[in-house]
Design a protein around this ligand. Structure first.
Ligand SMILES: [Zn+2]
Ligand SMILES: [Zn+2]
Length: 256
């Protein structure tokens, strides 16, 4: 494994380290294809900002810093600069316009919340038995994949559904079938592995295996060590073998 397109920076305010530190750690581990995918800025309609994303005030700095480093490391690494995005119909168009204006090169989908995040949140950590929310999550991820703009779906198995297993299977199958049909890779998320989260969720990957969905890996680095997380690779490979996953290696980048 010599690639990782899921890297954050301290600018999102829940990660640590320096951009240079991430690159150095990655290179030392043989990761030469490095993609930065900071949480995209989001200003809500009422003007309030969120505390867990790149602040609007720092977006130019994010690109300038990484462009300078890309130049400096050009002989040793292929660095891409993009964003991780929740698909919110209310905001996506404007976020995309701004991302392109700033020169963002690619997007990954990380659907940590649903319904434009305004009235109700389904977070990564929440257990939920709401069928309505599960379906909303599924519909949102599918709609996002259909835009054709996402290089891959990060932790597609983020939704921790505690209700009827048959309903979970039915909904996740819709995501996996769409991923197969549109050839959008699904990410086994190494952050989940190294920090013992509920994902990677085996019942999801079992379905992905049956559907033949393309599968890729991402470190989801939130600190410098995370940019070199080959320690989680054996567990990811174990899932690939156990569920006969269609592991494609590095994703094909969808350039914005
Ligand atoms: Zn994050
Ligand atoms: Zn991420």
């Amino acid at each position: 494994m010599n690639y990782n397109y899921h890297t954050h920076t301290a600018r999102c305010r829940h990660a640590s380290g320096t951009e240079r530190g991430y690159i150095e750690k990655a290179l030392a581990a043989g990761i030469t294809k490095i993609g930065f995918s900071e949480h995209i800025p989001l200003e809500f309609a009422d003007g309030h900002d969120t505390a867990h994303r790149l602040p609007v005030a720092e977006e130019t700095l994010y690109f300038d810093t990484l462009r300078a480093l890309r130049e400096e490391y050009r002989d040793r690494a292929e660095i891409l600069i993009g964003y991780e995005v929740e698909y919110y119909p209310l905001y996506f168009k404007e976020q995309l316009r701004r991302a392109r204006e700033l020169g963002a090169e690619y997007l990954i989908l990380g659907q940590h919340y649903i319904r434009n995040e305004e009235f109700y949140e389904v977070s990564t950590y929440a257990l939920s038995d709401s069928v309505e929310d599960l379906i909303c999550y599924t519909d949102t991820v599918i709609e996002a994949m259909k835009t054709g703009l996402f290089t891959y779906v990060a932790h597609p198995d983020v939704f921790s559904f505690t209700g009827d297993a048959a309903i979970y299977d039915r909904e996740m199958r819709r995501i996996c079938e769409t991923a197969t049909e549109l050839n959008v890779p699904l990410e086994i998320n190494f952050y989940g592995i190294r920090s013992g989260r509920r994902y990677p969720e085996e019942r999801f990957w079992k379905i992905a295996g049956k559907c033949g969905s393309p599968v890729t890996f991402g470190f989801d680095a939130h600190d410098e060590a995370g940019a070199a997380d080959l320690a989680s690779l054996p567990r990811a490979m174990e899932l690939v073998e156990k569920y006969n996953l269609n592991y494609i290696g590095a994703p094909k980048i969808i350039y914005l």
